[in-house]
Write a protein that binds this ligand. Structure first.
Ligand code: F6P
Length: 547
């Protein structure tokens, strides 16, 4: 397959379409394409994905589907799902989809049947979870566990932290807290009101070598041992990792370790044992529903026709926006306070995956890659950054996510009439997407009787693209579907751009430099770090530290 997307015929066609698009408004597109909403609204599992407010028309969509074909998306998808080593720079399979295969399926990868392995670990997670939740698992002093503290960072934190918050109304087990940052304030705040006798730590790290996690885990262990003695570690520490030797070396019995595999990337790992803290919070049955939701979208992605395939279409439109229209960032705005951590989760998923300047074969990319993801829940975002989205000079496509129903017991009557607060929330979401797309021109503003000197200020330019993702309710299954929907978009984009979405070499040098600098900070020798700015910052740090 062609790894330089810009040399494909479809790319050339898209470049021509882009020039045409400069002068076409979304209003015109809605007028000239009567079937637009039907054609650009796709269902995937419980998700209804409305792409009609994106700046595309049927010709662009055809060219984007040609682009998928000419860059080999379907072949790459089959390769991923069958366990080929598509993570070429690390020579690994990429099989997060195997984590959610039903128990009776089979998948042999590198000579090993992985579905049985996956379910064996899920069963062990379930047994542990049941014991913690029922009180059968006792701390060293015989007390019931009331708090689980997950210590991990990146994919070993963001997925479980995001999911636990998203599903907080289903959390009926021990309280679950997350510690990630090596900033000591994170751990000390998390432990401040906890009793070591009733606390279990889940040390979650794929490699079990991550500086932040090992520092926090070591400090947590000291906190526990100071209170309860060395023998207490066994009842209060479990590990989630791929590396048994390092877990043992840290002092956690491998019998208390939940395994996963190098074919699960950190940012794709929430469905693996990395989700143990989520399972503790919501129980094994609901965790099963979460995995089933992911699997439903995996199946959709694998089998839906290209023009009805939601992750494929959304991923391709992301390429169109970022690489051709020059819209370099995407705002994710969930109209759900429970999804408050979704933007942060998606930042790692998408930006660590596709923030690359070279292709998988090591050659430089020839178009912009990797959208910058950011966001906050609506309606809060409306009172913060939406001014720029509506009238700023930068066009930022938006993903709106909303739910038809609030969770049971979550909805309340609004101030006025028969409207509920959930309806108010959704009305806001629909209104924002509508205004972004269709704007308000000077004639309409004047028609409102606006004073002439304010007309320019009140004009809303419109033509600001968005996707609206609507689902019945935020349940474990629907959350799983949302995650898989974004995972597969990320995959599609990586294939089109020709990059390896599953490595992250760009984070390594910073880690090595931090390790080298920590000794310099702790010592008092004149710094000689190789650059004058860092040397000066270190001497300034010492002056400030010493008061
Ligand atoms: O940020 C780099 C990274 O390797 C991520 O990809 C990963 O999710 C995170 O660090 C944590 O890694 P680990 O789970 O090995 O501690």
């Amino acid at each position: 397959m062609n790894s330089d997307v810009t040399t494909t015929p479809a790319w050339k066609s898209l470049q021509e379409q882009r020039d045409r698009f400069d002068s076409i408004s979304l209003r015109e597109l809605f007028d000239s394409e009567p079937n637009r909403v039907d054609e650009l609204t796709v269902a995937a599992g419980d998700l209804v994905v409305d792409l009609s407010k994106q700046r595309v028309d049927s010709a662009v969509m055809r060219a984007l589907l040609d682009l998928a074909e000419q860059t080999g998306v379907a072949r790459a998808r089959a390769a991923m799902l069958s366990g080929e080593h598509i993570n070429v720079t690390e020579d690994r399979a990429v099989l997060h989809t195997a984590l959610r295969l039903p128990r009776d399926s089979e998948l042999v990868v590198d000579g090993v049947e992985v579905v049985a392995q996956v379910h064996a670990v899920l069963d062990r997670m379930g047994e542990f979870t049941d014991r913690v939740r029922s009180g059968a698992w006792r701390g060293a002093t015989g007390e019931k566990i009331t708090t689980v503290v997950n210590i991990g960072i990146g994919g070993s934190d963001l997925g479980p932290a995001m999911a636990t918050r998203a599903l907080r109304r289903f959390c009926d087990g021990p309280q679950v807290r997350f510690v990630s940052n090596v900033d000591p304030a994170d751990l000390t705040a998390a432990l401040a009101d906890l009793d070591p006798a009733t606390t279990v730590f889940v040390v979650a790290s794929k490699t079990f070598s991550t500086l932040e996690t090992l520092s926090n885990a070591t400090a947590a262990r000291r906190w526990l041992v100071d209170a309860l003695g060395e023998d207490a570690v066994a009842a209060h520490f479990v590990a989630v990792s791929t590396d048994t030797d390092r877990v043992r070396a840290f002092g956690i019995d491998p019998a208390h370790m939940f395994e996963f595999w190098d074919w699960v990337g950190g940012r794709y790992s929430v469905g693996s044992a990395i989700g143990l803290s989520v399972m503790c919070a919501i129980g094994r049955e609901r965790f099963g529903q979460f995995l089933a939701g992911m699997h439903a979208i995996d199946t959709h992605f694998a089998t839906a026709e290209p023009d009805r395939n939601a992750p494929l279409l959304a991923g391709l439109i992301g390429v169109w926006n970022a690489s051709l229209l020059g819209y370099r960032s995407r705002a994710v705005v969930p109209y759900s306070q429970d999804l408050g951590r979704l933007p942060a989760y998606l930042q790692q998923l998408t930006m660590e995956s596709n923030g690359k300047s070279v292709r998988a074969d090591g050659t430089a990319v020839s178009c912009p890659t990797g959208e910058v993801f950011w966001g906050e829940p609506g309606t809060n975002g409306q009172h913060a950054f939406f001014q720029l989205l509506h009238q700023g000079t930068e066009v930022v496509p938006v993903d709106f996510l909303g739910f038809a129903r609030a969770g049971e017991g979550q909805d309340l009557p609004a101030r006025d009439g028969d409207v509920t607060m959930q309806q108010l929330l959704l009305a806001n979401m629909f209104a924002q997407a509508k205004v972004l797309a269709f704007g308000r021109d000077a004639g309409e503003v004047r028609g409102d009787g606006t004073a002439e000197e304010l007309v320019a200020h009140k004009v809303m330019p419109g033509d600001r693209p968005s996707t609206t993702i609507l689902a019945p309710e935020l349940t474990p299954s629907v959350l799983g579907q949302i995650i898989a929907f974004y995972e597969h978009q990320t995959f599609v984009q990586g294939v089109v751009w020709g990059i390896d979405s599953f490595d992250q070499w760009g984070v390594e040098l910073g880690k090595a430099q931090a390790t080298a600098l920590q000794a310099v900070l702790a010592g008092d020798a004149t710094p000689d770090t190789g650059d004058a700015s860092t040397d000066r910052l270190i001497t300034t740090y010492r002056t400030l530290r010493d008061g």
